[in-house]
Design a protein around this ligand. Structure first.
Ligand code: DX5
Ligand code: ZN
Length: 214
């Protein structure tokens, strides 16, 4: 079976030593670095913004997988692109200009992702499918790390797999991923998993990342 892409979320890092955390994840064999941007409006929490992308960019050669949990993300896409994001994922629930936002991401030369919260059906993605490089299925209500995995995501991953067909689109899942449930999301057809708490609380991050990769 194909290896699963593992994208540790730096939301779970100690922000005071972020550079060291990013360097260490790179050494420890992470595939991507997942960067959770929260505005306190689209989600109830505030994390960090585009400057974090700029500051960590020189510290790793891994793709930066930027997850924008912000309202009207089209306002900031160019800045995240210029500061070194590789994947830019917006929420379908965060803007009425989804198509424009996706095309702006592509215009900036970046990979375009679209995310759905647990209550948003997979069919909502269908009108945009030809414009996507990545689908991000949320398995928790976005806003905080360390929450419990909602199994509704498993069926949604299966539905995404059908929707994607043979298109070149990464299916990623985010929230509450553990060494136990990674088996289920992999069986459902996921390509990439975000892992915050599971990686950052592990005594041996490299070994944990390896097991999550499968
Ligand atoms: C939730 C974020 C996630 C989260 C993952 O809003 O998008 O990326 O930090 O953390 P864990 O793996 O701890 O659920
Ligand atoms: Zn995320």
């Amino acid at each position: 079976m194909k290896k699963t892409i593992v994208a540790p979320s730096i939301l779970s890092a100690n922000f005071a030593t972020m550079g060291e955390a990013v360097r260490q994840l790179t050494v420890d064999g992470a595939d991507w670095i997942h960067v959770d941007v929260m505005d306190g409006v689209f989600v109830p929490n505030i994390s960090f913004g585009q400057k974090m992308v700029k500051d960590i960019r020189p510290l790793t050669s891994l793709p930066l997988d930027v997850h924008l949990m912000i309202i009207n993300p089209e306002r900031y896409i160019k800045e995240f692109a210029e500061r070194g994001a590789d994947y830019i994922t917006i929420h379908i629930e965060a803007t009425e200009k989804v198509a424009e936002a996706l095309s702006l991401i592509k215009k900036c030369g970046k990979k375009a992702g679209l995310s759905i919260k647990p209550a948003t059906p997979v069919e909502a993605l269908a009108p945009y499918i030809e414009d996507l490089d990545l689908i991000l299925v949320m398995s928790v209500e976005p806003g905080f790390g360390g929450q419990k995995f909602n199994p509704v995501a498993i069926e949604k991953i299966r539905q995404c797999k059908k929707l994607v067909g043979n298109r070149d689109i990464v299916i990623e899942v985010d929230g509450g991923i553990t060494e136990d449930n990674v088996v289920d999301v992999r069986a459902a057809g996921v390509d990439a998993v975000v892992a915050g708490n599971t990686v950052f609380s592990a005594p041996d991050k490299a070994a944990t990342i390896k097991r999550l990769q499968g």
